[in-house]
Design a protein around this ligand. Structure first.
Ligand SMILES: [Zn+2]
Length: 308
């Protein structure tokens, strides 16, 4: 019997919504190493880490932290409005931030690792809540972990929460350390901007989902997204596309030699009119679209797990 429909049914749109609001509005307006809520002891990024860890632990996942040193990006208002980040100002402070890892070891093929990742931080150079970028991906990875917490996986399923809106990106450290350990990452899905789309797509109710691969080795994992979306009637408008060069946090893994790393994103080119702006708020998020993308990703992960 196919267990995937039951597992898809465990992905809760309400829980996704609660997580995204928690991470991008209340109690955390941002997730930045360089912003602390007045009166609080920790940065909003450290507070987000603590909350993500607590959620994962409550589902039975031990959490490991990997420390990295980063700076906030500088702000250059003369640049195009979606891309106002710049190199850090001279003498800008360094912060210790963390990659968070949770995993469930595989019962029969533990050395084969399926990796799901999302950057959890918001834009360090500007006051953007980062609901689509990338509270949605963070919430989706957390929700997939929750839905799979009792699933008897054969391969190891690993969840990584990294930082990509500070510099350097901490997925670079994660990928390099995976390579140095000799980790056999058999599938890598980066979730970023799930459901993010143009205002016109919002109005017309479209549910776009692109999976981008860089090297030909990634194409089967992109095509698998389309296959499970059709087979389980999830409802996404799912497309596969080759990107011209490595990019985003999947690119950090491609650059470390993991050629099959892919990204699941909403529209492509990314059409969110509030991308990297103060208007990237949770009220604008199409949670049905996010839920479908999380469900399709979960289905792809289980297919990879069962493909022995
Ligand atoms: Zn971004």
């Amino acid at each position: 019997m196919d267990i995937i429909p039951d597992l898809i049914g465990k992905v809760s749109e309400a829980q996704l919504k609660r997580s995204v609001f928690h991470l991008s509005q209340n109690p955390l307006p941002f997730r930045k190493a360089n912003y602390t809520v007045p009166g609080h002891a920790k940065s909003t990024l450290d507070e987000a880490d603590d909350w993500i860890e607590e959620q994962l632990k409550s589902r039975g996942y031990p959490v490991e932290r990997e420390a990295c040193r980063v700076q906030a990006f500088g702000f250059d208002p003369s640049k195009p409005k979606h891309h106002t980040y710049a190199p850090p100002a001279p003498g800008a402070p360094f912060y210790t931030v963390h990659n968070l890892y949770a995993e469930k070891r595989g019962a029969s093929r533990p050395d084969e690792i399926i990796l799901l990742l999302a950057h959890k931080d918001s834009q360090s150079w500007t006051d953007c809540p980062g609901a689509y970028d990338n509270a949605v991906g963070t919430a989706a990875v957390m929700e997939i972990a929750r839905a799979l917490s009792d699933y008897p996986n054969r391969k190891t399923i690993r969840y990584l929460f990294c930082n990509e809106e500070h510099t350097p990106w901490t997925s670079v450290t994660a990928a390099r350390n995976a390579r140095e350990r000799g980790d056999d990452l058999v599938a890598i899905y980066n979730l970023d901007g799930l459901g993010g789309k143009s205002d016109a797509d919002h109005v017309s109710g479209r549910k776009p989902a692109f999976t981008l691969y860089t090297e030909p080795e990634g194409k089967p994992f992109a095509d698998l997204m389309a296959e499970v979306n059709d087979f389980y009637r999830i409802g996404l408008e799912q497309s596969s596309l080759q990107r011209p060069q490595p990019g985003d946090d999947d690119g950090s893994f491609v650059n470390a030699g993991y050629k099959h790393a892919v990204i699941n994103i909403g529209s492509f080119p990314y059409g969110d009119s509030e991308y990297h702006l103060a208007g990237d708020v949770p009220e604008r998020v199409d949670f049905a679209n996010v839920r479908m993308a999380a469900q399709a990703t979960l289905a792809a992960v289980v297919r990879v797990d069962q493909n022995v």
